[in-house]
Design a protein around this ligand. Structure first.
Ligand code: PLP
Length: 374
């Protein structure tokens, strides 16, 4: 019997995503229009008109699987499954590989979808805690102390939502070694893989560990969340188990979506580059703004991704975020959606003018909510 907890982050977005002027809470970059994507990826109207809406294949059409394999899976398309966003991939992987009662080590804080599906399946969660006092730095030795031969899966996401922390290549090696020693599945959610600022993107751990399962998406750095395309890279036997779950859920993607996704992946650097450069500038804007807030809000500069997880010096962060959305029309995500009530997720991937406007309104609201501290 499944008992999925409410998806608090999604509920928050349902309340406010469409009801604010300034979104400084989401974890994506500025979204592309179809015209922009067609121009960047060189897709003609004739090519789109030629699409026939037959069924596609369960693991994805040949073209899009090959494009993903060329960029992220050393050319091996047999290791690629294309999914409806990485959200579907998370659900399929967990249902394919885990059973109620399994012990699963999960980062804390973590993108809620990664913990809540496992929790709802009746697995036993062991939190791998990141600490704000350590600048959220993940410590592979702390992970090693949590993993035993009962550990069935280790679930991680780097660069990390919501804190923006990430691993060095050496730390990623240490993480893979911990999983390997225990023979545990390693679920590597690389939703923000291409959004790093000071280091190169981390390699896919599946290239060296057979029980690694990696996820990717066009929703974050590519600015295409509404296209609903993600993927899973795994051993073909794992993909086969996932396909058996998909047969009852979504069957396959649309051939039109697959055409766009294939061409987007082929043009990845052209599409990612400008968004990453804008996010890098925005990150500096937020960092300079933080320094002017008299300690009412503090963050650790994110190393990757487009969000950070500052602490707010207000009496009730969730109530503050409700009022911020309703009265100031600014979207910030309260840490309660991640199980961390004193914090909030701040996203800096959007348009610079919207970000500045949102930060101005947030600064005013912080001062009004915490007058004793100023
Ligand atoms: C770490 C992480 N994984 C997965 C997802 C799901 O995204 P999508 O289904 O749009 O690919 C998100 C979205 O915020 C995320 O932050």
């Amino acid at each position: 019997m499944r008992n999925y907890p409410p998806a608090l982050l999604e509920e928050w977005m349902r309340l406010y995503y469409f009801a604010v002027d300034a979104d400084i809470g989401s974890s994506g970059v500025s979204d592309h229009s179809l015209a922009e994507v067609r121009a960047l990826a060189g897709i003609t109207v004739e090519e789109m008109d030629a699409v026939v809406f037959h069924d596609s294949q369960t693991l994805g059409g040949t073209g899009v699987r090959s494009a993903i394999a060329r960029r992220w899976a050393a050319g091996d398309a047999s290791r690629v499954m294309v999914t409806h966003g990485s959200t579907e991939a998370i659900f399929l992987v967990m249902n394919a590989l885990l059973d109620a009662g399994d012990e699963v080590v999960v980062l804390d804080p973590v993108y809620p979808g990664l913990g809540d599906v496992v929790r709802g399946m009746g697995c036993r969660l062991v939190p791998w805690r990141l600490r704000p006092d350590d600048g959220w730095r993940p410590d592979p030795d702390a992970l090693a102390a949590l993993v035993t031969d009962r550990t069935r899966m280790i679930v991680v996401n780097f660069p990390h939502n919501p804190t923006g922390t990430t691993l060095t290549v050496e730390e990623q090696d240490a993480l893979v070694a911990v999983a390997e020693r225990a023979g545990a599945w390693l679920l590597w959610d690389g939703a923000f893989a291409d959004l790093t600022y000071d280091t190169a993107p981390l390699p896919d751990p599946g290239l060296r560990y057979a029980r690694a399962v990696s996820l990717g998406t066009l929703s974050k750095g590519f600015g295409l969340p509404g296209l609903r395309v993600g993927w899973c890279l795994a051993d073909p036997a794992v993909l086969d188990r996932m396909a058996r779950v998909r047969d009852y859920l979504t069957l396959h993607l649309s051939p039109l979506v697959e055409l766009i996704a294939e061409r987007v992946v082929d043009a990845a650097d052209r599409i990612l580059g400008p968004r990453r450069a804008a996010a890098r500038r925005n990150r500096q804007t937020v960092d300079a703004w933080m320094a002017r807030q008299d300690g009412l809000i503090r963050w650790t500069l994110p190393a990757g991704g487009v969000c950070g997880f500052p602490r707010l010096e207000v009496p009730d962060v969730e109530a503050f975020c409700h009022a911020l959305a309703r009265e100031q029309r600014v979207l910030l995500v309260p840490g309660t959606c991640f199980g961390w009530p004193g914090h909030a997720r701040l996203g800096f991937g959007g348009a610079p003018d919207v970000l500045r406007d949102g930060l101005d309104r947030l600064a005013g609201a912080l001062r009004a909510a915490a007058p004793a501290l100023v």
